[in-house]
Design a protein around this ligand. Structure first.
Ligand SMILES: Cc1ncc(COP(=O)(O)O)c(C=O)c1O
Length: 454
């Protein structure tokens, strides 16, 4: 039996009524990918207020790797709710915070002594990672990458690359942020090709230290092991090793932002493991909380201890209910087969997507790692001109046919897969059928969209 069940036109009347209320009550700056208002969600599906059931390829933007309302996580939350909700870890600490820190210290790459501080959101964790790196090195500079996304608070936004809609109009940003090209091979900034490029982009870090900012003024390089909002770009295997070698040589820390790529999404606990690297500091969030807001900064103990007592923290940071959820998330990921499942789901997607690539001119690139997969749409394979209108049309078709998808990419021309890893094979096929229908409908529409100049 199909999971997708559509009972009304999309959006239905109740969603439309809520949209009208939202327009009046909530600023337009908070945009939304679908016109659907949620009534409930379970595993890999979401039901809206009109009783329509959708498969969910967005997972709350990568927060639901363990599935909507995973029973083990719900039960852990319920047990904690029976005990206490909030005391503030800076006033009267509690055990499940310590346990979670110990576990994150254990499972993040690197064998030496590590420490973890908990925060609420990815952006807040990024901010704290930079504070810690600056305190440890006594240096101000931070190098981030083109197409990076690190969040919406001011320092995180300074590190984020995409101008519209994220940065435009919000300047000035914190200073001492520098940028270099990422290993986005499909759109190489140097017009080179892998592997004959010999990883020129990674080696460019040496040049950056000569031409842009002196290494002795740089605290850290921060990078996503797989670009998230930037379009699910997974660099070639040696990219991060080279970047890290150069960092080490100059006493610069390497911060891995695993907010989107962490906790099983790529088929390993962390995407850094695919690259065989041990970041000095790792930032995590999203799927860590299993649906509750929680983030972490984990790093080498001597680095993490650089800020003095009181230098780090936050009222709700490491909330006990969120810690209970996160400990259950780790139980689920450690005991179950979701990491292997991520790989299987990713391969299932990639196999279909490669077939689509042969059929549809629109699909320029098929890429990703494990269950973190995407397709990049182009108006022409030859020019690689991005196709954002067609991409929007695809996500709209998907929504109207029962599949929730979200886009990504600096040019808004990437459809990404962040499906809960508990999705069944049948549901995955059902979802991929919808996506295929969407691409087929838009490939036909393409000339009309182009002439309309939309
Ligand atoms: C890689 C990465 N870093 C940081 C963030 C910011 O996280 P949050 O939205 O929880 O502040 C995101 C959010 O999408 C992200 O993908």
């Amino acid at each position: 039996m199909s999971t997708i069940q559509l009972r009304t036109q999309i959006p239905g009347p109740k969603s439309c009524a809520l949209a009208a209320r939202r327009d009046a009550a909530v600023p337009r700056g908070l945009s939304h990918a679908t016109p659907l208002y949620v009534a409930r969600a379970q595993d890999a599906w979401i039901e809206d207020v009109d009783g329509n059931r959708f498969l969910d390829f967005a997972g709350g933007i990568g927060c639901i790797n363990t599935g909507h309302r995973n029973p083990a996580i719900v039960s852990a939350i319920q047990s904690q709710v029976e005990q206490f909700l909030h005391t503030c870890s800076q006033v009267t600490p509690y055990e499940n915070y310590i346990r979670l820190a110990e576990r994150l210290n254990q499972i993040t790459p690197g064998k030496g002594a590590k420490k973890t501080i908990l925060l609420n959101t990815g952006a807040e964790a990024v901010e704290n990672a930079i504070k810690i790196a600056r305190a440890y090195t006594g240096r101000a500079g931070v190098i981030a990458f083109e197409d990076a996304f690190h969040g919406r608070t001011m320092m995180a936004l300074a590190l984020t690359s995409k101008t519209h809609p994220y940065k435009a109009g919000f300047a000035p940003f914190p200073s001492d942020v520098y940028r270099m090209p990422y290993a986005y091979c499909y759109r190489c900034s140097y017009q080179l090709e892998y592997p004959s490029c010999k990883m020129h982009c990674a080696r460019q870090l040496e040049d950056t230290f000569k031409r842009v900012v002196a290494s002795e003024d740089v605290a850290a390089v921060i990078a996503e092991p797989v670009l998230g909002e930037g379009g699910f770009v997974a660099p070639p295997p040696e990219f991060f090793r080279i970047v890290m070698e150069i960092c080490r040589k100059h006493g610069v820390l390497f911060i891995a932002d695993e907010v989107q790529s962490g906790f099983g999404r790529t088929g390993k606990m962390f995407a850094s493991e695919h690259y065989g690297i041990e970041p000095d500091i790792m930032v995590t969030a999203k799927s860590l909380g299993g649906g509750l807001p929680l983030a972490a900064v984990t790093g080498r103990a001597e680095i993490m201890d650089a800020p003095g007592p009181g230098g780090l923290g936050g009222t709700f940071a490491g909330n006990p209910v969120a810690c209970a959820a996160a400990n259950a998330v780790l139980d689920v990921l450690e005991a179950g087969d979701l990491l292997a499942r991520a790989e299987t789901i990713g391969n299932r997607f990639a196999k279909r997507a490669k077939q689509w690539q042969e059929r549809f001119e629109l699909i320029g690139d098929v890429r990703g790692l494990g269950g973190m997969r995407a397709i990049e749409m182009v108006k022409s394979r030859e020019t690689r001109q991005p196709a954002p209108e067609e991409t929007r049309a695809i996500t709209q078709y998907c929504c109207e046919h029962g599949l929730i998808t979200i886009t990504a990419g600096t040019y808004g021309n990437v459809v990404r897969v962040l499906v809960p890893l508990v999705i069944t094979d049948e549901q995955m096929d059902e979802a991929l059928d919808v996506l295929e229908g969407a691409i087929a409908s838009v490939d036909v529409l393409k000339p009309a969209l182009v002439t309309a100049g939309t």
